[in-house]
Design a protein around this ligand. Structure first.
Ligand code: KG4
Ligand code: ZN
Length: 349
């Protein structure tokens, strides 16, 4: 029997995206990033929701057309039901629910961070559990031990800002546009990371596995340290000259903390494979540092940058997994939920 044809829809933040998937093959994929938020230095929820509403139909049509299919060919629709901004989620879920109801096909609600976890498997069939997973996006920072699909142990998370959020805030501090991650990464290449040695939060050398700060991370103190340094540098009129060094110093602190936490997770779980997902996984310096903490014979799993950022294909990929497991329409009950719990995630004992 051929694999089902699945449409995936993503609208939880500032990308409107739809993808058509058969098995692991992406037949059509449209990702539309909203650039209106650049004017404000961050995502404005109401503007995001309106922008999704304006384009969702066209984005889906584009993905179907690229894949040479029409709505009537679909076997199921997967949609990000949360977590995210409620206005955008409502746009995607309402559209998907209406279409699925009209077509008489399953509507499969997808958790956005679980979709990031599945993204690498779109390009690499070996990217399945067990692995340690570092999920780093604009809204979340999660360190997991994935024993199997749907069996996830939460090892650590951020106590305050997400990793991507820290990049975005620091970019704003040094006068760079939103989203901050890609620009900080770019200019950091020209900077000296040792010139502004920022603190490495939650990296006590004598921390033990049972300690609350062993796996958790925190980035708001680091952001404050950057803000203070920016003020000092600005007072001397040197922000322009120091910008790349500040970016490099900040990035090195984030990367060193994340890599150290992943190293601890590898040791504690005795799992040599590491998956990195979410927008910050597009960062080459982070991937390089994670490669360095892998044990011998270990493996780093990640998607290409395009599929690391928010996209509809990863949503369709989770829906496909649910179908393969035997989707029961009784499970449906899909509503948009801004703080949807991560399915199968338990806090490690
Ligand atoms: O997963 P994503 O596309 O959206 C959310 O689910 O939040 O992640 C977006 C985040 C933003 O904070 C952005 O600045 C960050 O990922 N990001 C990066 C890079 N590309 C995107 N951070 C560091 N380096 C990058 N190259
Ligand atoms: Zn995301």
């Amino acid at each position: 029997m051929s694999e089902p044809l699945v449409l995936g829809i993503e609208s939880s933040c500032d990308e409107t995206s739809a993808a058509l998937l058969r098995g692991n093959r992406i037949l059509g994929h449209v990702i539309l990033s909203q650039d209106v938020h650049r004017l404000y230095g961050g995502v404005v929820p109401e503007l995001a929701a309106r922008a999704h509403l304006g384009v969702i139909g066209e984005v889906v049509r584009g993905a179907l057309e690229e894949g040479g299919a029409s709505l009537g060919d679909l076997d199921a629709i997967g949609v990000t039901a949360g977590p995210g901004l409620i206005g955008g989620l409502l746009v995607g879920v309402s559209w998907a629910r209406g279409a699925a109801f009209g077509l008489g096909i399953p509507l499969i609600p997808v958790h956005h961070m679980e979709a990031h976890l599945f993204a690498p498997s779109l390009e690499n069939p070996r990217a399945d559990p067990p692995f340690v997973a570092l999920l780093v996006s604009g809204g979340h920072t999660l360190l997991l031990h994935a024993e199997a699909w749907g069996r996830y142990h939460l090892l650590g998370e951020t106590r305050d800002d997400a990793a991507g959020e820290a990049y975005d805030k620091v970019a704003k501090l040094v006068g760079l546009p939103y989203p901050g991650g890609p620009v900080i990464e770019r200019i950091a290449r020209e900077g000296d990371p040792a010139r502004h040695p920022f603190p490495r939060p939650m990296l006590r050398r004598n921390a033990r596995p049972g300690d609350a700060d062993y796996f958790d991370v925190s980035f708001s103190g680091l952001k404050t340290a950057v803000a203070e340094r920016v003020r000092e540098v600005e007072e001397k009129g040197q922000l322009e000259a120091e910008r790349a060094h500040l970016a490099a110093g900040f990035q090195e602190a984030v990367v060193e903390v994340l890599a150290a936490k992943v190293r601890r997770a590898i040791e504690a779980t005795e799992t040599p494979r590491v998956l990195i997902g979410g927008g910050v996984a597009a960062n080459a310096r982070l991937r390089e540092a994670l490669g360095e903490v892998l044990p011998k014979g270990g493996e780093l799993l990640h998607a290409s940058p395009r599929l690391s950022l928010d996209n509809g294909a990863m949503v369709a990929r989770v829906a496909l997994h649910r179908l393969r497991e035997g989707w029961d329409a009784a499970d449906e009950g899909s509503v948009a939920d801004a703080s949807l719990p991560f399915p199968g995630l338990v806090r490690a004992a």
